[in-house]
Design a binder for this molecule. Structure first.
Ligand code: CP
Length: 313
């Protein structure tokens, strides 16, 4: 186990707030935890006696289950709250829900919300740990950490890599967290999408912009394919799904023209035949399911570290 003494934060709200050493500490801690999931008895007592509450205001499969599995592997007690089945339906605010969870003596709240800044707001009103499981278009730090962990595991380093993020960058918390994390660790990041799906001034984050996916992929070591978020209003952002797939979709034919070992990632859920073909999603370059497995170790690391932290970010 790595030396955790350099970790001070009680919350994980985003990768924007973390420095290179803190990101590396999470990745190294996840490395130590990954082996636990290969044991016959997949459990250690690191968070025994602690209670983790998953408070989800938006649908989720991977993130919610992954946090639950991670907490249970650390022997924590886990309570899942789907906001739409709770007193939120009666008009309770996030702050009241959060302070009540604190009064119930929970230790960590893992929150997903459709509003950017929801996790940070909750953190200002409770003293227990808050972990952001995705807030609006802002950040999805544990997704980016598991993406980066998977890349590091596959290639052995992050510094000097070229990672292309393709898709709806404007509405993507995954893209933002990946840009902060990858650039802090020394990778080059290119975002690729039709102009309407790239936010103004994205270059200020350190990412480069390219509107031609074939050009962007030429020197790429990895491509992270984002889901087209049809639940958000995308009208006018691109001509139609067929056109998008033709111009930006990650297909076998496209990958045949680039680096042989290019790594294909996707945070899920997939829209097969829109942003990625099934052949690629299920093919040799894809690490999509490995990302899901690695999410457990990364979230174990995050829950463990924030439980040791004292400082508000
Ligand atoms: N990647 C991700 O956040 O997936 P879920 O929405 O299923 O949690």
């Amino acid at each position: 186990m790595k030396n955790m003494s350099s970790w001070t934060k009680k919350d994980l709200l985003g990768l924007y707030e973390l420095n290179k050493e803190e990101i590396e500490l999470i990745l190294d801690t996840a490395d130590s935890f990954k082996e636990i999931s290969t044991r016959e008895i997949k459990k250690v007592p690191a968070l025994r006696g602690k209670t983790v509450v998953n408070l989800f205001y938006e649908p989720s499969t991977r993130t919610r289950v992954s946090f639950e599995v991670a907490a249970k592997r650390l022997s924590a007690d886990v309570i899942n709250i789907a906001a739409q089945e709770s007193s939120v339906k009666k008009g309770e605010t996030i702050i009241d829900t959060g302070t009540n969870i604190q009064a119930l003596k929970a230790d960590i709240i893992v929150i997903r919300h459709d509003s950017s800044g929801a996790a940070a707001m909750l953190s200002r009103h409770v003293n227990i740990s808050v972990v952001n499981a995705g807030d609006g278009w802002h950040e999805h730090p544990t997704q980016a950490l598991l993406d980066i962990f998977t890349l590091r595991e596959k290639i052995g380093k992050i510094k000097g890599l070229h990672v292309v993020i393709v898709g709806d960058i404007s509405h993507s918390r995954v893209a933002r967290s990946n840009i902060w994390g990858l650039t802090k660790l020394g990778a080059k990041v290119t975002v690729c999408a039709p102009p309407m799906l790239i936010p103004e001034e994205i270059e200020k984050t350190g990412a480069q912009v390219c509107h031609d996916i074939d050009e962007a992929l030429k020197s790429a070591d990895a491509v992270n394919v984002l889901r087209m978020q049809f639940e958000r209003d995308l009208k006018g952002a691109f001509p139609n799904q067929h056109e998008y797939f033709k111009k930006f979709g990650i297909t076998k034919e496209r990958l045949e023209k680039v680096k042989k070992g290019i790594i294909v990632m996707h945070p899920g859920p997939l829209n097969r035949g829109i942003e990625i073909s099934s052949e690629v999603a299920d093919g040799a370059n894809s690490v999509i399911l490995e990302q899901v497995t690695n999410g457990i170790a990364v979230r174990m690391a995050v829950l463990f570290l924030v439980s040791q932290g004292k400082e508000k970010p």
